[in-house]
Ligand binder design. Structure first.
Ligand SMILES: NC(=O)c1ccc[n+]([C@@H]2O[C@H](COP(=O)([O-])OP(=O)(O)OC[C@H]3O[C@@H](n4cnc5c(N)ncnc54)[C@H](OP(=O)(O)O)[C@@H]3O)[C@@H](O)[C@H]2O)c1
Length: 265
């Protein structure tokens, strides 16, 4: 079960492609010949990326500047995707906060749930009927190793990623023999050029990180093979196993202490 071949009409959609893993996924898909629809809020960055991908790979690159945490902005995008030939959807946009939930901006926490979880559900439902009718397509969902365990001081993020992790792996189980692949990307730390990462990044040893380009490559390879879960890097694999199979009463205490420290420094 491979992915549909790129054509002049079909598209790979990548949310959160103005930076980080999403930008690397867009580059990886364009390098494989897919014309792309780039989605995020920062239109200037998306336009720069679109121009670069077109010049470098000769693909068509369309830009949709959308705040995916806003249902009114998201609705026209979902409608458009439902009506087009979408070969690949990478549901990748997502953000995190650190600190005790009650101390954080609660409206922003609500937005994170909408972005990290509800928008992923919404856009997947938009493309699914078309992919099933064509008996071809791939949905990559960027969850996180954080979705494998309870993490005090990262509560909304961990809970939203528990949704994405479970949604991706459950949906994949339903779509056997339909021609539609679903893969969960559940990374540990992935080095990106996002300056926000420096704050957390400086406290995590360098050897733990993997690159966004490597993550994107193995994610699209994994999606083409309908792999259930892609976890980039040995350390992330170890973290992932501990999160999935460790007793939650213990992982909650250990991860909570680490994230409390991250949030307070
Ligand atoms: N890097 C890691 O270590 C790591 C580890 C585990 C999981 N992940 C997951 O990987 C995904 C990508 O993360 P990243 O590290 O590449 O982060 P990043 O560089 O901060 O990228 C996040 C992307 O999401 C977009 N985005 C944020 N809020 C949005 C909104 N309201 N509407 C539309 N787009 C929005 C951002 O674009 P705009 O700001 O232009 O909107 C940006 O393109 C996320 O789901 C994250 O949870 C990352």
């Amino acid at each position: 079960m491979s992915l549909p071949a790129p054509t002049a009409d079909n598209r790979a959609v990548i949310t959160g492609s103005s930076s980080g893993i999403g930008q690397a996924l867009a580059e990886e898909l364009a390098s494989r010949g897919y014309s792309v629809i780039l989605v995020a809020r920062r239109e200037d960055l998306l336009n720069q990326l679109a121009q670069r991908l077109t010049e470098k790979y000769g693909v068509t690159a369309e830009v949709r500047a959308v705040d995916l945490s806003d249902r009114e902005q998201r609705a026209p995008l979902a409608k458009e995707l439902a009506s087009r030939d979408i070969a690949v959807l990478c549901n990748n946009a997502g953000v995190a906060t650190f600190g005790a939930l009650a101390d954080l901006d609660l409206d922003y926490e609500r937005d994170i749930m909408e972005l990290n979880a509800v928008a992923v559900h919404d856009l997947s439902l938009a493309v699914l009927p078309g992919m099933l009718a064509r008996r071809a397509g791939g949905i990559l969902i960027t969850g996180s190793a954080a979705g494998n365990m309870p993490i005090p001081h990262n509560t909304t993020y961990a809970a939203s990623k528990a949704f994405t992790n479970t949604f991706a792996e459950s949906l994949r189980g339903e779509l056997k023999d339909t021609g539609v692949n679903v893969t969960l990307l559940a990374p540990g730390p992935v080095r990106t050029d996002n300056p926000d990462q420096d704050e957390v990044g400086n406290k995590i040893p360098e050897f733990i990180w993997v690159t966004a380009a490597y993550t994107a490559k193995i994610s699209i390879d994994g999606l083409a093979r309908n792999k259930m879960r892609v976890v980039p890097g040995l350390i992330s694999k170890g973290m992932s196993l501990a999160g999935q199979f460790g007793p939650r009463a213990i992982t909650s205490v250990v991860a909570g202490a680490a994230y409390k420290k991250l949030a307070s420094e």
